[in-house]
Ligand binder design. Structure first.
Ligand code: NAD
Length: 343
């Protein structure tokens, strides 16, 4: 394995491997960029096929956090931890405390948060060792749902010419923390929601609560609707799945929805508008930022609601420059970073 040859390595300020033999902790921490002295990003805990897969994941995710923070007007850069889980050891208090010591060793230049495989309880253990943690007391899902909802409002106006969501048909994939919150906001705004989850009981419970329809998980991507809101796993948009979509736009919180460049091209060819997930899924990051500066619910909501305007700016640039929405978002990120650097 050659870490220095991994894609994106050169764009990072630091990439480190941390090993605590006593607890079994093995983790890569990548700081893509510090802004205002810190990089923010979650701790992911999962089994990787090999070390290279973990390096690739941590580099990709920390770079994405910088884009997300810049577009969300959060004064931080991006960072990430990927813990290589050892199933035979399990996730012990000792391992989490060792992770806390790693975070502490960055003296605040890395602020961590939860991600896949790390629960609020795990974070509480880490918080016992270091103060540089957000997301302990505030579940991020509802805030992420709010930002995604604002994105859907903007997209409905832009693509469908609708000034309200009344009667707009939205297919929500995933009835977890984000999907459930989003479904609630959508039906409250008069949208017609259909929801699906691999866990049918979860989908049924959410649907009953908010007044939505349910379809099988295998059917949601092919449902005839106005907007698809992916709120399950990443990588769901491939050239094949895009060919089968029956919507005019995709706006969801799931990270890295486009499996590859071919999926983005297929969306453009079919005229399906796409809201980059790193734009509309920033609500949780924004809420975490406010934890550091004094949490005020109204201020958090006001900040999250600006996601709608940012998406509008991206859609307008995409149309005027003839580039994809993702390229437009990345151009705005580059311009803001260059302006901040005084270039
Ligand atoms: P979650 O684990 O609470 O819910 C995900 C749900 O998706 C689960 O109920 C799961 O059963 C379901 N699911 C998985 N595969 C599916 C499939 N193929 N079809 C239908 N349902 C499927 O996760 P969450 O916190 O709601 O996050 C949802 C997505 O949003 C994830 O991709 C996450 O990375 C992303 N995201 C979440 C946040 C946050 O604040 N929670 C922030 C940014 C991005």
């Amino acid at each position: 394995m050659t870490i220095t040859a991994s894609p994106g390595f050169d764009q990072h300020e630091s990439v480190a491997f941390h090993h605590d033999p006593a607890s079994g902790l093995r983790a890569f921490v990548a700081v893509h960029r510090k802004r205002h002295g810190r990089g923010c990003g979650g701790i992911r805990y999962r089994v990787y096929a090999n070390e290279q897969a973990a390096v690739d994941d941590v580099l990709r995710l920390s770079a994405a956090m910088t884009r997300k923070a810049v577009l969300a007007e959060v004064p931080a850069g991006g960072a990430k931890t990927c813990i290589l889980a050892d199933p035979s050891r399990g996730k012990t208090v000792e391992l989490l405390e060792a992770m806390g010591r790693v975070v502490e060793s960055y003296h605040g230049s890395y602020v961590c948060a939860p991600d896949v495989g790390i629960t609020a309880d795990d974070l509480t253990v880490i918080r016992g060792v270091t103060a540089h943690v957000v997301g302990v007391g505030t579940p991020s899902g509802p805030y992420t749902a709010r930002g995604t909802f604002r994105g859907i409002e903007t997209m409905a106006a832009w693509k469908l010419g609708r000034d309200s969501l009344d009667g707009v048909r939205v297919a929500v994939q995933g009835a977890g923390s984000v999907g459930a919150g989003l479904a609630h906001l959508l039906t409250s705004a008069g949208a017609v929601v259909t929801i699906a989850d691999l866990d049918a009981d979860r989908a049924n419970a959410v649907a009953a609560e908010v007044g939505a329809e349910v379809v099988d998980a295998g059917a949601i991507l092919e449902l005839a609707a106005d907007i698809l809101a992916p709120c399950a796993l990443g990588g769901i948009l491939t050239r094949d799945t895009v060919e089968r979509l029956k919507v005019q736009a995709v706006v969801g919180a799931a990270n890295n929805q486009l499996a590859d460049a071919a999926a983005g091209t297929a969306l453009a060819v079919r005229g399906i508008a796409f809201a980059p997930d790193f734009v509309v899924s920033a609500g949780g990051l924004i809420a975490g930022e406010h934890e550091l500066t004094g949490f005020d619910e109204a201020a958090v909501h006001g900040h999250i609601d600006r996601i709608g305007g940012t998406l509008r700016q991206i859609l307008e640039l995409s149309a005027s420059a003839g580039i994809s929405e993702t390229a437009a978002a990345e151009r705005i990120v580059s311009e803001r970073l260059a302006a901040a650097d005084g270039h």
